[in-house]
Design a protein around this ligand. Structure first.
Ligand SMILES: Cc1cc2nc3c(=O)[nH]c(=O)nc-3n(C[C@H](O)[C@H](O)[C@H](O)COP(=O)(O)OP(=O)(O)OC[C@H]3O[C@@H](n4cnc5c(N)ncnc54)[C@H](O)[C@@H]3O)c2cc1C
Length: 135
């Protein structure tokens, strides 16, 4: 959201790597998520499948209750990888060197960095972080 508005962005992620095996869950693509992805140019067909209703199952997989509410289903990993791909292409489009010469905003993604404190002095945001690999 920030990059198309002209801001350079730097994501500090505490997890040590971009591959996230802990994100394998299936989730509903809620209307706000669908709106966000559409607004930012992701094609809905490529990341969700339609589901006609919600069913609650009993212990022997018997259907206990059905709510006829159509939903779009996706998974955490699908959304994460779409966003990750976008960020990686922004990083390639305008690497730091080019941006320093006035070619536009940069995108940087750092891992193993845990934010410890955030301060705002009226003009700038200062983030203190711990480099988890280097201590
Ligand atoms: C069980 C469950 C089911 C859900 N089901 C759905 C669903 O069906 N549909 C739906 O739309 N939403 C669902 N959600 C909600 C959805 O997962 C969250 O709204 C969404 O992940 C929030 O995104 P976020 O980027 O704000 O936070 P997160 O996804 O939590 O990302 C925050 C990131 O910041 C990192 N981080 C945290 N602290 C620091 C720090 N100090 N320094 C550096 N990095 C840090 C974390 O490692 C993490 O990678 C569900 C959530 C849960 C828990």
């Amino acid at each position: 959201m920030l990059h198309p508005l002209g801001y350079s962005i730097h994501i500090l992620e505490q997890s040590p790597s971009p591959s996230r095996s802990d994100h394998a869950a299936g989730i509903t693509a809620q209307p706000q998520v669908v709106k966000y992805f559409r607004r930012h140019g992701f094609s809905k067909d490529s990341w969700s499948i339609p589901c006609p209703a919600v069913q609650f199952l009993g212990p022997k997989a018997t259907i206990k209750r059905t709510i006829k509410k159509p939903l779009d289903m996706t998974s955490w990993n699908v959304l994460y990888n779409q966003l990750k791909g976008r960020l990686e292409s922004l990083q390639k489009e305008n690497p730091g060197e080019k941006a320093r010469m006035g070619a536009g905003p940069t995108a940087t993604w750092s891992f193993g960095r845990r934010a410890m404190d955030v301060a705002y002095d009226g003009n700038n945001v200062k983030v203190e972080y711990e480099d988890l690999a280097q201590g």
